[in-house]
Design a protein around this ligand. Structure first.
Ligand code: OAD
Length: 258
């Protein structure tokens, strides 16, 4: 059950040192992130105000069936998203998680994001649960090709083997990459502290990593809005990732732990 909620700086003053203390003592840290961490880099979330799935049809743009029906439409959309990712910069939340990794003996960051901003911020042990927009792969054979900054040219969607190039990401109805899922599940299971940042925690199986594989870990959620897991975590910090995460890292650096 939830022990504490942070709703403003007053409450944060108590909660942040608690989270920092838990992180400082942890032998193993697991972080799960979602699109909310990139919101302050100017990238839209999926379900919030201005969210992608409020204005776009998920079944047309993010499903194997939608791609089979209209690959040009799908690539046009992903090329636009790739352009937005290229134009965005990691924010203070991404930077703080990269810094946190340097304090930690065993640190794994599993992200549902395909924007590469954690890697660009310097995080190293990153598991991309939903793939990335760095590469395209063939629907038919094992071929891969880099996904250019300008996107995949729309006249190059056909692959010579008879398949089609598609973004190397996970679409609805598809399984997560097996190796990524196993790495993330193992890391979540052995963690002493789990941070859940900027995700609505409604898309499975990724959301299960927050609370389903480890009943002993201290779980802290960082999100301005409540989510279905808010009542099941030890601590909820109701703030933005770019505000809260640097404060936690600063508290660890200053050893303001309790
Ligand atoms: P959602 O759009 O479902 O949720 C974004 C979450 O971020 C919400 O809970 C917001 O309250 C929170 N948020 C917004 N701004 C924030 C900020 N500045 N700091 C911290 N949190 C903030 O996005 P995801 O949970 O990432 O999957 O969605 C999960 C998956 O659903 C995505 O990976 C994608 C999507 O369909 C696929 O495409 C397979």
């Amino acid at each position: 059950m939830a022990e504490a909620y942070g709703t403003g700086w007053g409450t944060f003053q108590t909660l942040i040192p608690n989270v920092a203390a838990a992180l400082r003592q942890a032998k193993s840290v697991f972080v799960l992130t979602g699109s909310g961490i990139s919101a302050e880099s100017g990238l839209p979330t999926f379900r919030g105000v201005g969210g992608l799935w409020r204005t776009h049809r998920v079944e047309e743009l993010a499903s194997p069936e939608g791609f089979a029906r209209d690959p040009v439409l799908v690539w046009t959309w992903y090329n636009e998203r790739k352009g937005a990712h290229e134009g965005a910069q990691p924010n203070a939340g991404h930077d703080a998680l990269a810094q946190l990794e340097r304090f930690s003996r065993d640190f794994t960051l599993a992200t549902q994001n395909v924007d590469s901003l954690h890697l660009r911020a310097g995080s190293r042990n990153v598991v991309e649960l939903h793939g990335s927009l760095r590469e395209a792969r063939c629907t038919h054979c094992d071929a891969r090709r880099p996904f250019e900054a300008a996107g995949l040219p729309l006249d190059e969607i056909a692959h010579s083997c008879g398949g089609r190039w598609r973004p190397d990401i996970v679409w609805f109805g598809e399984s997560l990459p097996a190796a990524a899922w196993q790495r993330a599940r193992e890391a979540a299971s052995r963690a002493d502290v789990i941070l859940v940042v900027g995700t609505s925690a409604v898309v499975y199986p990724a959301a299960a990593l927050a609370t389903n594989y480890n009943r002993a870990a201290f779980v802290a959620e960082i999100n301005p809005e409540p989510t279905p897991i808010s009542d099941r975590v030890a601590c909820t910090l109701r703030g933005s990732a770019a505000d809260v995460l640097p404060r936690i890292v600063e508290a660890i650096s200053r050893d303001e732990t309790v």
